[in-house]
Design a binder for this molecule. Structure first.
Ligand SMILES: [Zn+2]
Length: 139
């Protein structure tokens, strides 16, 4: 098994590319959500504890892609578990479900890319020109 990933380590990396390479899962199969398991997932993601931690992580990361300014996520913010959670983790309310050290803000596309190790997404960012006002507005 690979070494545990942490937000503290991730936050020391200063480019999207480095952060992506740190986070990507290299096709490790993770948390399939089907049947009764999907229901359990939904229950977890609707719980007050999850909503509170989610809000805290979005504030910490200023709503930015992999927590890196100034790459503010334009649409829905997804919260990715650095060390993917399993069905058993949810059943047992494992600490890593709600530990901010195990959580990071990502866009939908980046989330897919992390899970399926598709580095094509980084090209998207290189095509976007940086502007002087291109920062997270609340930082
Ligand atoms: Zn994820």
């Amino acid at each position: 098994m690979s070494q545990l990933k942490t937000y503290s380590e991730l936050s020391r990396l200063r480019t999207l590319e480095e952060r992506f390479n740190y986070l990507k899962l290299n096709g490790i199969p993770t948390n399939p959500t089907f049947g009764g398991r999907r229901l359990l997932n939904q229950t977890f993601y609707q719980s007050p504890e999850w909503r509170r931690v989610r809000r805290d992580v979005i504030l910490r990361d200023a709503g930015c892609e992999m927590g890196l300014e100034p790459f503010e996520i334009p649409g829905v913010v997804y919260i990715h578990h650095l060390n993917p959670i399993t069905y058993e983790d949810i059943l047992q309310r494992d600490q890593k479900l709600l530990d901010p050290e195990n959580l990071i803000c990502v866009s939908f596309d980046m989330h897919e890319a992390i899970h399926y190790s598709n580095s094509e997404i980084l090209k998207m960012y290189k095509l976007v020109p940086r502007t002087p006002n291109d920062t997270c507005p609340w930082k």
